[in-house]
Write a protein that binds this ligand. Structure first.
Ligand code: BDR
Ligand code: CA
Length: 316
């Protein structure tokens, strides 16, 4: 326990860095017991998301294994997020090349072994769900061993399509496996992550922190927010939605969130709705049993303070 209101969960972070993935790594390194980082194709090709995860590990100076995983979704063609994150996945800052070696190219095996050898692991996927689905499919026993899955994805609206949020839309078949796995599931979808924005005032607070690490993050946020503002109607957002750290912070600081229990299914076939999270909010009694804690609100000021404190902690 860090204080009376927070937990120190054991987290394995599966990610596709990605500006907000980088912030999720920072939040997990600061507030959780981070037992590993696995990478997946998503915001950029796998080689690049893996490189970026290694860059972040070195910048943080943490001793956490990084294993690369799937280079393509289960069935879909790979699609990347260059419009939001740039071709590198982490455009906007002058990043040092990583100096520590990749620990393996076996993310799925690493996930399975970690879940079997450690108790109460939370899987925290913040990219397409390919690695997690493959692990659950190859080793169904881990479903009952883990504490749960806290993911960033989905929502009542989309961003890559009108109904599809990027992480679910990029690999809907994998998402269907994860949403059907039968254990504890927490979903930080766009409804909550769009409440959590990198406003100019918040970026200025990061830029004012001492140290090169904070300066790197201020540059990353400037790029990320600039892209969001350029791609949205004027006045509709004050900055980038900083999605991924919320899947971490809901575990470390649950009191900052409101949630509702719903059944969520994944649309894998719709012509216009492939990759949609179909959230059953009916109040009739014969609906399907809830399988998911859907986050509905975040105390965004308090949560952003935690991110800024985490950047400050690692900045030197
Ligand atoms: C998700 O897609 C990526 O752009 C972000 O890293 C986040 O995980 C938001 O839709
Ligand atoms: Ca991501």
């Amino acid at each position: 326990m860090l204080d009376g209101m927070s937990n120190t969960p054991r987290i394995l972070l599966d990610c596709d860095p990605g500006h907000d993935d980088a912030m999720a790594i920072v939040a997990a390194a600061r507030y959780a017991e981070l037992v590993g980082i696995t990478t997946v194709s998503g915001n950029a090709p796998l080689e690049r998301t893996t490189y970026n995860a290694r860059v972040m590990r070195d910048l943080l100076g943490i001793d956490v294994p990084v294993h690369s995983g799937s280079s393509r979704p289960l069935l879909s063609e790979p699609h990347f997020g260059a419009l939001v994150h740039g071709d590198s996945g982490l455009d906007g800052a002058d990043l040092p090349a990583p100096t520590t070696a990749l620990d393996g190219t076996d993310a799925v095996t690493f996930i399975i072994d970690t879940c079997r050898s450690l108790d109460d692991v939370w899987l925290v996927p913040v990219g397409p769900l390919t690695n997690i689905a493959l692990a659950l499919r190859s080793a169904p026993d881990i479903a009952a061993r883990i504490a749960g899955i806290s993911l960033m994805g989905g929502g009542t609206f989309g961003n890559r399509t009108s109904t599809g949020e990027f992480n679910i839309w990029a690999d809907p078949e994998a998402a269907a496996v994860v949403f059907g796995y039968g254990g504890r599931l927490v979903m930080a979808g766009l409804d909550v992550t769009h409440q959590f924005q990198a406003t100019p005032e918040r970026i200025a607070r990061i830029a004012a922190l001492p140290g090169t690490f904070a300066a790197v993050f201020a540059d990353l946020f400037e790029f990320f927010s600039g892209n969001y503002l350029a791609r949205h109607d004027p006045g509709s957002l004050q900055g980038a939605a900083v999605h991924d750290p919320l899947a971490v912070l809901v575990l470390t600081h649950p009191h900052l969130f409101e949630r509702a229990h719903y059944h969520v299914a994944i649309e894998t076939r719709g012509e216009f709705t492939r990759g949609m999270t179909v959230i059953d909010r009916r109040r009739i009694t014969d609906r399907a049993a809830p399988n998911c804690d859907v986050l509905t609100r975040v105390d965004h000021d308090a949560a952003f303070d935690l991110l800024i404190d985490a950047v400050d902690h690692f900045s030197h």
